[in-house]
Ligand binder design. Structure first.
Ligand SMILES: [Cu+2]
Length: 137
């Protein structure tokens, strides 16, 4: 996860549990990475200059808010998942999750402000499944 132009990039980062995330600083100002949530455990990775990298391994499934102590407007989310099948929507709201083994699944949606209902999905042996997600407040 980069810190660039006073923003965390990407804003939402889904990962599989056990993944190590590298936190970069590509700005000419000091940044910090601070995790205020109980899950995965309150954590302050400290403050560091451009070019330095800190890392953290997420070992519990949870939704982690990422903040910077130096810039209160900076905010991002790391969504730590038990499944390797996930995607982030693009600017048009489209997403693709590839190579899912055939079977029955529950598609869950996470958005920082909106909510979506769980959707039961049957993945066939061959072909694609098309889903319309509707999010609401
Ligand atoms: Cu900052």
């Amino acid at each position: 996860m980069d810190q660039r132009n006073l923003k965390f990039i990407p804003h939402v980062l889904p990962i599989l549990v056990g993944t190590t995330v590298y936190f970069l600083n590509n700005d000419n100002v000091l940044h910090n990475v601070f995790l205020p949530d109980v899950c995965p455990g309150e954590l302050d990775l400290g403050t560091w200059f451009k070019g330095d990298v800190k890392k953290y391994t997420f070992t519990k499934p949870c939704i982690v808010t990422i903040l910077c102590n130096v810039h209160p407007e900076m905010e991002a989310y790391i969504v730590v998942l038990k499944t390797p099948y996930f995607a982030v929507t693009d600017r048009g709201g489209n997403f693709t999750i590839k190579d899912i083994p055939p079977g029955e699944y529950t598609l869950k949606v996470w958005h920082e402000k909106l909510r979506g209902k769980d959707i039961k999905v049957k993945v066939p042996e061959k072909g694609s499944v098309y889903i319309n997600l509707i999010l609401s407040r």
